[in-house]
Design a protein around this ligand. Structure first.
Ligand code: SAM
Ligand code: SF4
Ligand code: SF4
Length: 337
């Protein structure tokens, strides 16, 4: 029987997001702006990032402390060599009930099949625009939009449940595509999630007036289709879910700026170099790699995890703007979204 660990706000530890690399083949300005993350940027060395067997060991320890859902992310997780091998190992850990991955989709056409065969259950693909020139600008890469769309198609034909699409909206950049993206998702059977542009990290030049509020998204979608909310328990909830009344699926809005809600946040985040963070906006993490590499036992490492969670009082999004918010925040590509 796994422990039920709760933090100072009675939130259980249920979800672990693992960044498997800090590198990426895109340079989305809201995450890794090229001016900062140029070719001389000191990304982590191979020896600094957790090896697959270390991740596997940590996941088993996290599961013993209540984790049931695991999501692989990054950086771009598909850049990490042999990722299906890691998926295969994690899928075999008893207690991992949900194994998912978030990707920019650039390498998905080739990897959808091996990932599915390895036991990956769910996929989220980031897609901010359906316009090819705009895609080039938003991803600041040479990868054409079509490659992501073929990756999505490949994933769909592998039979990954309903695939989610993450779309970060920015004022004046892609807020004119809300209906087009919703239509694309409805037709393809994808669950689109509109995400409010967040002030993660310190490098993305975030400004409140670039945020497209969730209410505006709902108003635009409901001008075209009749929608109704999907009721669900608060625990672990991230997105507000809405369904189309004509039965053609659902979409979500992640309103972490305008309707922040930390009350159901059950997520811990493991960085590529093996530190655990209790909040997306945390200023620092707790190092687990040293313990992994100095011969500590599983119960020693479990105690570090338990202490970190028990002390947790994060609710950054709810406090955003208050004086208590940290000045130094971890970058998103370190710990994934
Ligand atoms: N590279 C993968 C991808 O883009 O899907 C996985 C890592 S990425 C950090 C995870 C998610 O975070 C993506 O859907 C991305 O759009 C989102 N994201 C990154 N920066 C963001 C920001 N400033 N505000 C909101 N979402 C952001
Ligand atoms: Fe890379 Fe994902 Fe960040 Fe874009 S959002 S730069 S794809 S890690
Ligand atoms: Fe969870 Fe921190 Fe986001 Fe609140 S701000 S939902 S505590 S990650």
């Amino acid at each position: 029987m796994a422990l039920v660990l709760t933090d100072t706000l009675s939130r259980p530890l249920r979800t672990l997001r693992i960044s498997v690399t800090d590198r990426c083949n895109f340079r989305c300005p809201y995450c890794m702006p090229r001016e900062v993350f140029a070719s001389d940027y000191p990304f982590l060395d191979r020896s600094e990032i957790l090896r697959y067997e270390e991740i596997e060991r940590l996941v088993a320890i996290f599961v013993a402390h209540g984790v049931r859902k695991v999501r692989l992310t990054g950086g771009e997780p598909l850049l990490r060599r042999g990722l299906p091998d890691l998926v295969r190992c994690l899928a075999r850990i008893p207690g991992v009930e949900d194994l998912a991955l978030t990707t920019n989709g650039a390498l998905l056409a080739d990897l959808a099949k091996p990932l599915k065969e390895a036991g990956l259950q769910r996929l989220t693909v980031s897609l901010d625009t359906l316009d090819a020139p705009k895609f080039k600008e938003l991803s600041d890469s040479e990868v054409p939009l079509n490659r992501v769309l073929s990756g999505l198609e490949a994933a769909r034909s592998e039979g990954f449940g309903p695939i989610k699409l993450n779309c970060v909206l920015q004022r004046g950049i892609n807020d004119d595509e809300i209906v087009a993206l919703a239509k694309f998702a409805r037709q393809g059977g994808y669950i689109l999630r509109f995400i409010e542009f967040m002030d993660v990290g310190t490098q993305n030049g975030w400004k409140l007036d670039a945020v497209v509020p969730a209410d505006e998204v709902l108003a635009k979608v409901s001008e075209v289709w009749e929608i109704e909310p999907v009721q669900e328990p608060l625990a672990g909830r991230v997105a507000d879910r809405w369904r189309y009344r004509d039965g053609s699926g659902e979409f979500g809005v992640i309103a972490s700026v305008t309707k922040a809600f930390c009350g159901g946040c059950d997520r811990a985040r493991l960085s590529a170099e093996g530190s655990v963070y209790s909040c997306l906006f945390a200023g620092s993490g707790v190092n687990l790699k040293t313990a992994l590499r100095n011969g500590s036992s599983d119960s020693d490492i479990g105690a570090i995890i338990a202490n970190t969670w028990k002390r947790r009082d994060d609710r950054y999004s709810e406090l955003r703007g208050a004086e208590t918010t940290p000045a130094r925040k971890v970058e998103m590509f370190h710990i994934g979204g």
